[in-house]
Design a protein around this ligand. Sequence first.
Ligand code: GDR
Length: 335
Amino acid sequence: MGQRALITGITGQDGSYLAELLLAKGYEVHGAVRRVALEDPEHRLLRLSAVRDRVVLHAASLESFASVYQLVAKVLPDECYHLAAQSFVSYSFDDEFSTLNTNINGTHFLLSAVKDLAPKCRFYFAGSSEMFGKAEQIPQTEKTPFHPRSSYGISKVCGFELTRNYREAYGMHASNGILFNHESPRRGFEFVTRKITSGVARILAGKSKELSLGNLDAQRDWGHAREYVQAMWLMLQQPQPDDYVVATGETHSVREFVDLAFSCAGLDYRDYVVTDPNLFRPAEVNLLLGDCTKAQTQLGWTAGTGFDALVREMVEADCRTLGVTGQVGASFARP
Ligand code: GDR
């Protein structure tokens, strides 16, 4: 019989790619979803449309230990991928309390339930480069100290430490991915990459005249989400649990992303982008650059999609959705 996997956050960008990957490998895939998602499948289950009839969805709340416990008891997974979180850094400044509550308790509840009910289950925690925050080394490795700059980052450090502690204290096969930013046409519209690529498409389609952004000087290490979920799976196939940085090893500014996305569509971003001080964060993470040597050598994982290809894929997808494909330039040449 095939392996049984449980994915929290299955309706998100990473959850949907991971579900597809695991199904292709012959897994029985179960996902935890909010009840409201089941009631609004057209919108909230959109990313799962290709696999909707091949995954088993369970209504569960990560804010309730009883609910998490019942979920794990029902599924009894061989592998558990914990991706669910309040994952928008900006929002974590507006609502620190619910970000910390949901993210920390959700991880704790799940680890505790898995330990009691399925102690042999392999566990993946979605750690983040936001844990490095005001990064104390460039590039960042598994040994770089954490210095989170938001309650989101703090909640991820706590989840990381909980996962490591369950590994050390109870012998669980529990691993942390330290994933740097990873994007795709399935990215949520609130994140800067998708905001930009959908903004370009809306401008081309005549639906908007400008795009408001915050700090254009922040630098990020952006990879493709479809490849990053492979690293998650590989971590759980190792004989020993461990922690891994997953990154491309290249960093680019938000400005470079904007420039490329607009020029891909034959536009000059300076004619359309306005800076809104309200979109700056109270504490910013200025520069992230990952060194994924460990993932390369131990997992055999590397990022395949370069920055240009990622930006182009996202712009093209958003333009296709709005029916403006013909206007997207064949090359990134400036007008
Ligand atoms: P990030 O992603 O915070 O790195 O976390 P996001 O795309 O939101 O921001 C990246 C950088 O862009 C700057 N920025 C803006 N950001 C947004 N969202 N909107 C804007 O208008 C804007 N203008 C400039 C931000 O200040 C920031 O510097 C993502 C999330 O997916 C996390 O969950 C994940 O853990 C990390 O990546 C790795």
